[in-house]
Design a protein. Structure first.
Length: 297
């Protein structure tokens, strides 16, 4: 078994290099050369085509190319399945071609292909990655309408998407739906909501989210308190930021570079240089070596 490992790694490397070479031909518009390379060693496996689709999607190659891969796959006798359609729809979303994504969706449904939670999460994630929270929400609603319960990942992707877009009402709406569901609470989702309000300089809302976390027995972490300190910094409240620092330490979490940089900036912004120096010196006490930005106050 151990002797086969180097051989397997070599074969995997060859496979990756072959797929990249095919992709390079496709990028150059030489589809004939790409097809010749794919079939040089006989009929490729269905998994090979799906790997190419996934690689094309990650490389942000236009959706027409993904369609060509599927057409070639079907030409050699393979039928499209849930993986095929998921890759295609994700590629169309990434390309901004929502109309084509809808067409593939309809064809998938008409073909009787059964969808699963992984498919929906992939589509929600593709929309979120392309800064299209409304599109992500549409897939979430479709998933629920199809009788598939969203999971922690589903909610995290959607809530993060609305948070980054600054659509706070929608973010809170889906956060409430997550709370009302049976999904296990996810700290990172709550942190995203706190950070979103921090970025919007809405300290009260950020602290309300924190209080709701505690109320629902959601575990906090160091990032939770860093986000709260950032909210105070943006609202010129260094003393309030210091209180959150103490709460973080009392809760058993270690301060990091972000914690101290936030506190130093908060004091400097308020014109309290003496306090900024205090927090700078506290870094050594907590075993943290200052970086260049720490000296810029």
């Amino acid at each position: 078994m151990a002797f086969n490992q180097p051989k397997q790694k070599f074969q995997q490397k060859q496979q990756v290099e072959l797929q990249q070479a095919v992709l390079d031909f496709v990028k150059a518009g030489d589809f004939q050369a790409a097809n010749r390379l794919m079939t040089a060693r006989g009929k490729p496996s269905k998994a090979f085509y799906h790997s190419l689709l996934n690689l094309a999607q990650k490389s942000r190659i236009d959706s027409k190319t993904s369609c060509w891969f599927v057409s070639t796959m079907q030409h050699v006798g393979y039928k499209a399945n849930v993986v095929t359609f998921t890759c295609l729809i994700s590629a169309c979303i990434g390309d901004g071609n929502v109309a084509l994504a809808q067409q593939w969706w309809k064809l998938m449904v008409d073909s009787g292909v059964k969808l699963n939670r992984v498919t929906y999460n992939t589509l929600i994630g593709a929309c979120a990655k392309n800064d299209a929270p409304s599109c992500a929400e549409e897939w979430m609603i479709r998933m629920i309408e199809d009788g598939i319960d969203p999971c922690q990942i589903s909610y995290r992707l959607l809530i993060d998407s609305f948070a980054k877009a600054g659509e706070y009402e929608k973010m809170e709406q889906w956060l409430r739906r997550m709370i009302d569901s049976d999904v296990e609470e996810c700290t990172s989702v709550w942190n995203s909501a706190i950070n979103a309000f921090a970025q919007a300089k809405n300290q009260q809302k950020a602290e309300d989210i924190y209080n709701s976390m505690i109320q629902h027995n959601v575990r906090t972490n160091a990032k939770t308190y860093n986000c709260l300190m950032n909210a105070c910094c943006r609202n010129n409240q260094p003393e309030r930021a210091a209180n959150w620092f103490q709460t973080m330490i009392a809760s058993g979490f270690k301060a990091d570079m972000i914690s101290f940089t936030t506190l130093i900036n908060a004091c400097a912004k308020a014109g309290d240089m003496e306090r900024a120096v205090y927090w700078f010196n506290q870094m050594a006490v907590h075993g943290i070596e200052p970086n260049i930005p720490c000296y810029n106050f």
